[in-house]
Design a protein around this ligand. Structure first.
Ligand code: ADP
Ligand code: MG
Length: 727
């Protein structure tokens, strides 16, 4: 093997890898036996806690009532006994700081008895409250650095579970994370508040509609896309390690390489990986169900069955963590970044969202939606919310990684609109036009032209993958999320804006019925009026087209193409007022989030800028110079042999030109990397956008052509073709 040619080593290593599945997966397991075995769910709690105490927890979970601290003591004991039986030695308060990921600090159950021995102990107090040092988590100005105190508080509505690993097992308790002053420092707190807001507004509306009133839950089902890359490649790319995406690299010629499996590891490896991810998630009660290959080579998707929004958000974090940790057992790295490879499809996360109660899903249209007034009322509320708060939905998916996808013809555009299918389109159009809806289009049956295959029912509307917010049967699918994102904030936004829209519609309804108009009649006129209002947001066509961009502008829809265009609107008066009115975020909490989002943008680009500089300077440039030296030597040798070195000289000139360009652009990037652009976080973020990103691109414009010129065995980093063939 040639020294200094990492690519060739790696190809050999991967080709020769003797892959065997980790022992854990050797024997197949039965779903019924493993599902939930490491989850302290309601069934387990019921078995171990006295009835009155269990009922108290149940009321909290089901109806959101406050929990008596004495109950916590008996739950703590039961939880600890269960966890210790499962081999756990520690517990952790698990929370979602504003980093976008999760955090945990472990404490052991040890309690010295004073005689040189110890017992394991866990109290209600330790269950209910923890005190991690908050100073290392982003607070966006909510906390002076001198005030490090932060608290984690037990969330009884999301069950605790055991995390097992080679390092032992520990009990994980989902918690909220707040500052000493009680302000939210996390994603869960506002999510829980928004869930209550939606519950309250919906119950009120159900009452007005004369429907049975029962606690209402928002439900979510997130579909997760990701890339798998051989770790041999991953760790040879500083950009993947520090930035999560390639900062250099040219797209392999289409087709040929993409279909070429000669070197890729066998698909069984990925299947084994998925099996193990599923097993781990089943154990902690996450019902992962879907798994499949995605559009790009090396890209896959997994999704669980939906559940209520709070637990679903926790499960989503677990899913991301599990994908990442299990991949390493298979010599793979799971990349959750939105855009690991330029020119290759990126990864998103579809957030399926609905709300309902024990009587059913409130977004279930039935076969004839035109006469389902309750459905039309709630569906109209969602569309009204989307129309009213396009900015917030856009902001909820705005971060640097997602900039590379949104609007790039592989993901929904940055313009928010809603696809509602032919049938609903028709029903709402009747309401808009005539103030009433008298019929629903039928889907009918789909005949396949052969008798052996039974006819299958056809949906009344087709799908549309270009829409950022599509009605898909009995839920909305918010498709603009980035793959690395926590679903908590987008779900919080949805819950809050829909709560408001429902309230506004309830107000209208009350005003009508107050005049003595019958509910049924009033309802139709309210829905028709609201449909007129939201109608511009409805778009069933091709969201990728330029025509739609023009049309959207004519309709007056918002277009906030990039993160930096979107973020400042978070703190607009409209939004400040909305979050405060619904008790979801105080103005200070909102301001702090805005600050953190800007800071994250700034820091992410800053890291990329410095990584690009280092790689270009210490890997790419030396490789180019080495090749140039080889070429110049070859020119001398040719002269000695009385050969005409025209071709060698031409190549040398090309390399030399690119080296000149590269060093010039590199100097520029290095200089800009030294600057911050100003004192405020906004000035820094703007510096990144206006100065660093273009300078990085300029360096890349010199590096990528070099990748095509420099000999394969001298190129210092794995290339796209290498990395994209794990299947
Ligand atoms: P797709 O056709 O988009 O793949 P699926 O039926 O597979 O749709 O569902 C995708 C996700 O939507 C799954 O996680 C599923 O559990 C979830 N989902 C289904 N119904 C609801 C609902 N009422 N609320 C939230 N999510 C739901
Ligand atoms: Mg989907």
């Amino acid at each position: 093997m040639t020294r200094g040619s990492p690519r060739v080593d790696v190809l050999d290593a991967a080709r020769n890898a003797d892959f065997t599945a980790p022992a854990a997966r050797k024997e197949r397991v039965r779903l019924e036996e493993v599902f939930g075995m490491n989850l302290f769910g309601l069934a387990e709690m019921k078995r171990r806690v006295s009835k009155p105490h269990f009922d108290a927890v149940l009321a909290t979970v089901r109806e959101g009532t406050a929990l008596d601290p004495t109950v916590a003591d008996s739950v703590a004991v039961a939880m600890k006994d269960w966890a210790v039986e499962k081999g756990a030695t520690h517990y952790t308060h698990w929370f979602q700081p504003l980093t976008g990921r999760t955090a945990e600090k472990h404490d052991s159950f040890v309690k010295p008895t004073g005689d040189g021995k110890a017992i394991s102990q866990f109290t209600g107090e330790s269950l209910m409250q923890g005190e991690p040092d908050a100073s290392s988590f982003p607070s966006g100005g909510l906390r002076e650095t001198s005030e490090a105190r932060g608290y984690t508080a037990w969330d009884p509505t999301s069950p605790a579970f055991i995390k097992e690993g080679p390092g032992g097992a520990y009990l994980v308790i989902p918690t909220a994370f707040v500052s000493w002053t009680g302000e939210a420092l996390d994603q869960k707190t506002p999510l829980l508040r928004s869930i209550s807001a939606l519950d309250k507004s919906t119950r009120r509306a159900l009452g007005l509609l004369g429907s049975p009133v029962a606690p209402v839950r928002a439900t979510i089902g997130p579909e997760q896309e990701f890339f798998l890359v051989d770790e041999e490649f991953f760790f040879r790319r500083p950009d993947l390690i520090t930035a999560g995406r390639t900062l250099f690299g040219t797209k392999p010629p289409k087709g040929q390489e993409l279909d070429d499996h000669y070197f890729g590891r066998i698909p069984e490896q990925v299947l084994e990986f998925m099996n193990e991810v599923e097993l781990e998630l089943y154990k902690v009660g996450v019902p992962v169900t879907t798994r499949h290959n995605e559009v790009a080579p090396g890209q896959f998707e997994m999704a669980p069955i939906y559940t209520d929004a709070n637990q679903g958000a926790d499960q989503q974090h677990l899913m991301m963590m599990t994908l990442e940790s299990v991949a390493r057992r298979y010599g793979l790295v799971c990349m959750l970044h939105e855009k690991p490879f330029d020119g290759i499809n990126g990864s998103g996360k579809h957030l399926n969202w609905s709300f309902g109660n024990e009587n059913g899903n409130l977004l279930e249209p039935g076969d004839t939606p035109h006469d389902n007034a309750q459905f039309l009322f709630f569906c109209a509320a969602v569309l009204k919310a989307v129309h009213q708060h396009q900015d917030l939905l856009r902001i909820s998916v705005a971060h640097y990684g997602n900039n590379h996808r949104l609007g790039a013809n592989e993901a929904p555009p940055a313009i928010i609109s809603s696809f509602i299918g032919d049938q609903l389109f028709d029903v709402f159009e009747q309401l808009v036009r005539a103030g009433e809806a008298t019929e629903s289009m039928e889907g009918g049956a789909l005949k396949l032209g052969t008798e052996v295959i039974p006819a299958i029912p056809r949906h009344a509307g087709d799908r549309n993958r270009t829409s950022p917010f599509a009605f898909t049967g009995n839920k909305f699918e918010f498709r603009a999320l980035g793959s690395s994102q926590s679903v908590s904030f987008p779900a919080t936004i949805l819950n809050t804006i829909v709560a408001e829209a429902i309230d506004e519609m309830s107000d209208l309804l009350e005003a009508e019925t107050g005049k003595g108009i019958e509910v049924e009649v009033a309802l139709e006129s309210v829905i028709a009026a609201v449909a007129k209002e939201f109608w511009p947001i409805v778009f069933n066509g091709d969201g990728y087209s330029q025509e739609w961009r023009d049309e959207a502008e004519r309709r007056g829809l918002l277009n906030l193409p990039t993160t930096m265009d979107a973020l400042p609107h978070l703190v607009d008066e409209k939004n400040r007022e909305l979050f405060e009115r619904y008790g979801v975020l105080t103005p200070r909490e909102l301001e702090s989030r805005y600050h953190i989002l800007l800071e994250q943008y700034f820091m992410t680009v800053n890291i990329e800028g410095e990584t690009a500089e280092t790689m270009a300077q210490t890997q790419i440039l030396p490789a180019a110079v080495r090749y140039l030296t080889d070429l110049l030597r070859a020119v001398d040798a040719a002269d000695d042999a009385d050969l005409e070195p025209k071709g060698i000289l031409r190549t040398a000139r090309k390399v030399n030109d690119l080296v000149n360009e590269l060093t010039e652009k590199l100097d520029e990037l290095a200089e800009r990397n030294q600057q911050l652009g100003g004192e405020t976080v906004m000035a820094k973020a703007e510096h990144m956008r206006d100065s660093i990103i273009p300078a990085m691109q300029a360096v890349r414009d010199a590096v990528d052509p070099l990748e095509r010129l420099i000999p394969d065995d001298q190129w210092p980093i794995p290339i796209y073709r290498d990395m994209l063939f794990v299947k």
